[in-house]
Structure formats: C-alpha cells, structure tokens
Design a protein around this ligand. Structure first.
Ligand code: MLT
Ligand code: ZN
Length: 469
C-alpha cells in the first residue's frame, strides 16, 4: 500500500502526465516482474512501475515522491543476488530499462559515457569495436545493466587482474531524493578534489541517489588469451594451490574455483557433458592469462601448470581454440544459475584474504555437517571470493528457517576472523543486512545511518536495505 495519504488515482494521473500512459505500469505481469530479482524466491509486489527515459523525468518523479513521502525503489535488470532492487515496502518501482543509450565513446581519452540501462555485454562489445576494453564481466553480463553493476559494485571473473566496477567509475550523474541533479566528480583519471562522492554512490545499492549517467574508464583491448581447466582430487587442495600461483609471480586474468557439484550442475543445466569429470575429481580451477604476446602467455601458462602439478591434479585441459574457450566460460558462467536451479537456496558471497581460502572452504563444509545443509561452492578463488550456495534439498522447514541463520552467522563470524567480510560482489541489499553487525562496529553503522539521512531525510529511496534494524 502507498505510504502517502494522497489518492492512488491522483498519483497515477501525475505520473501519466510526466511519462505518458504506456510508461506507468500497473498490470499484474509488470508488477510481478518488478517484485523479484535473482535472490532466493523472494517477491514483494509494488503498486506501480515507472519507466523513466530521461534524467529530467527521474528528477520530477523523485521530487514528487519526496514531497508526498512515497517510497520508490530503483531497478536495473533484476539480476541481483542480495535483493538490492526488491521493493520490500511495496509502493513504486523505478525501472531504468529505457535509459539504455551509450552516449559517447571517447577513444581519445579511453572513456565511455552511458545510461544505466545499457546491458553490460552490449557496452563491452561497443567499446571493443573501438579497440577498447571494459573488463568487468559479471557472470550475468549478457543480461545485467551497467547501472545495477555500479549500484552493487559488481565484480566477476576478471576482477582478479582488472579490479571491480569501482575501479572504472570516474564520474556519475545522479538524482537525489529531492529531485536535485548533480555530477559527483570529473572525467579525469585522477581526482583529489574534495570528498569522493563518486565512490560513495558506487555500491550504495540505490539507497542514496538514482544514477542517470555513468562515465567509465576504459583500457586497451588485450588481443590474446589462454585458458586451462585443472582438475584436483581434493577441493581444499585446489584452494591451497591458488595462492601458490601468485607466490610464484604469475598474474592470471582469471582464476576460478568450481567444486565437483558445481561443475556437474552446470553441465546438467546446459546439457553439455563434453568436459570429462572423472569420479575421483573433487574440484577444478579455471585459469586464464591474457595480453598481447603469445610466447609470453605460453610461458606463463606452462609456469602456472608446473606450480599446480606440485599438487595432486588430474589431466590439465588446454582450451586451444575459441570454441573450447567459449564452452568452458559458458560452463563457469551458468554455474550460479545451475546451482540454484534444483532447490530453494540461499547464496553467501564470502570473501577472505586469498591465502585463507582453504580454511574458509573447510569451515563451510564443517558447518554443513553440523547443521545438516548441503552447499555448492564456486567462485573467484584468485580474489578469495567464495560463493556458497546453500541448497535446501531435504532440509526440514524448521531447520531451514530457524537453524540455518545461526549457521550463516557462524560462517560470517569465521570469515571476519580470517580478515574477510560478508560480500565480495553481490552486495548486502535485503538478505544480508541482518549480518552487518558482524562486519561493522555500532559506531560505523551509525555513521552509515547518518549518511543515508543526509541524502534521503524522508527515507523514500529504497528503504529497508543495507542497514540492519
Ligand atoms: C558468479 O560468479 O557466477 C556470479 O557471481 C553469480 C552467482 O554466484 O550466482
Ligand atoms: Zn561471482
């Protein structure tokens, strides 16, 4: 229900006057679609979905919502995994899909200016045509929006070598909850001018402002890459091997971990069993090196294989043509969806200093035994970022709802004790906020509450996210 006392018809009339009838949606299907994302099986139905097309429209929408105390939740493609875009208080969803223009590719300065509704892979392909590279590649790059990536500070496989979204955002046009429009920084590679508002907005999950334009830094496009898949007889050993690659001086562009059940689920999901997974193999590392010098890359990959062969590995698979590379990456990219496909699930996005990864995996499995849950683990091992998909399978309802949160709390406490934190790249959103007291002191949380208040004194913009209580 609307939080305001003005009549629903009045609200609809106002928005229709700004956007036109066809961009003010109240039909069941649109509301349902705007009420969920990729987070568990959660659904919160809004009353209205608005599809803005310009910054000016966003500004007028927010100013109206602020004046009438109407809650509004911005939304990208809805591929988020922590419920950042879920309209948990109902009311209005601001759907950004129509703000989908690539406004300028500045090849001289290696920059691109985009609207938030551009699909990440579309952006990557567009800059690639200019020999430029936007390296941040979340698994959902084919459907997620760049605006959502900025809001959640997304990562992906190549974050290992190239960093995450925050490392590419130079400047943002944002609309504040009162409707003011402003830029956060400058289109420069360096900027030591005042508080870093750009980075405050990155990862703020649509709780402080709505992003309407994004200026990203680009790199030269690397021309060559090599990819291998290395099987291990022990999953913990695979995790132990990860750090040795870096200690030996190598710099892979991706180093991904998939435990046995993860790769099996992915194979089943896409019905492609062409990669052999022998009985005794418990995990795989998928490793990519990239650059421009084939001979150098060959030496690098051979060096990495030598490091890994000090462990108990199976036969290494070299993907020596584009088709095999695509096949392996596809397998890795569908893993998340595949792991979640067969059962109700909860996904944790734990991240620790890389050398602590084996301990983290061991703890996940020990907690699983203690509390009786199954988990499918995979993720960005080179970053120390382990995705833990806890699948319900036959776990009794009572244990799932009442015991599992205790196990997750224990897992996060342990993660923190290793020097890690709650989320590497999926954000806190709605489902992880109850654990924020583990990551931050009461003083830090209060500071965040005050920041939220400064931006959004009436708490109209995506309330009920990030901050507990
Ligand atoms: C991935 O690495 O596959 C993504 O973060 C998606 C996921 O974990 O579901
Ligand atoms: Zn991931």
């Amino acid at each position: 229900m609307f939080t305001s006392d003005i009549r629903e018809q009045e609200i609809l009339d106002y928005f229709k006057a700004i956007l036109g009838v066809e961009r003010v949606l109240t039909d069941r299907e649109s509301l349902q679609q705007a009420g969920s994302d990729h987070t568990e099986d959660l659904v919160f139905l809004p009353e209205i979905v608005l599809q803005a097309q310009t910054t000016e429209e966003v500004s007028r929408i927010l100013a109206y919502c602020n004046e009438h105390r109407l809650v509004i939740t911005p939304r990208g493609a809805g591929t988020g995994l922590s419920g950042g875009c879920l309209p948990v208080q109902g009311s209005i969803v601001l759907d950004m899909r129509r703000m989908n223009q690539i406004l300028e590719i500045d090849s001289e300065n290696f920059q691109v200016t985009v609207e938030p509704g551009v699909i990440t892979e579309v952006l990557q392909n567009a800059v690639q045509e200019h020999g430029l590279f936007y390296p941040v590649d979340p698994a959902s790059k084919g459907s997620c929006f760049i605006g959502g990536n900025v809001a959640e500070n997304s990562g992906g496989a190549r974050a290992l070598k190239y960093g995450v979204v925050k490392d590419y955002v130079l400047n943002l046009e944002i609309v504040l909850p009162d409707g003011s429009v402003m830029w956060t920084g400058a289109n420069t590679l360096k900027n030591a001018t005042g508080y870093n508002l750009t980075q405050l907005i990155v990862g703020s999950e649509g709780t402080l402002a709505v992003i309407t334009k994004i200026v990203l830094k680009l790199l030269p496009q690397p021309t060559k890459d090599l990819l291998i898949l290395v099987p291990f007889y022990s999953a913990e050993e695979a995790c132990r091997a990860v750090n040795k690659v870096f200690l030996a001086g190598y710099d892979p562009s991706a180093l991904e971990f998939m435990e046995r059940d993860a790769i099996l689920a992915a194979q089943k999901f896409i019905d492609d069993y062409s990669i052999p997974v022998p009985e005794e193999i418990q995990a795989h590392l998928l490793i990519e090196v990239n650059g421009n010098e084939e001979t150098y890359l060959m030496q690098e990959i051979e060096g990495i294989v030598q490091v890994l062969e000090q462990f108990n590995t199976g036969e290494v698979l070299f993907a020596d043509n584009q088709n095999d590379k695509d096949k392996l990456w596809r397998l890795r990219r569908v893993t998340g969806e595949a792991a979640k496909g067969s059962s109700v699930y909860k996904e944790e996005d734990t991240v620790v200093p890389r050398a602590k990864l084996p301990q983290l995996l061991a703890k996940v499995k020990a907690l699983g035994k203690e509390y009786g849950f199954d988990s499918i683990c995979y993720g960005h091992a080179g970053d120390g970022n382990l995705h833990v998909n806890i699948v319900k399978n036959n776990m009794p309802e009572d244990a799932w709802h009442n015991e599992l949160p205790k196990a997750i709390r224990e897992l996060f406490l342990y993660t923190k004790s290793l020097g890690g934190t709650l989320s590497g790249e999926h954000g806190i959103g709605y489902v992880q906020k109850q654990y924020m007291d583990i990551a931050f002191s009461a003083v830090a949380l209060e500071l965040m509450r005050q920041i939220k208040k400064v931006f959004d004194p009436n708490d109209i913009l995506n309330p009920g996210k990030i901050l507990p209580g």
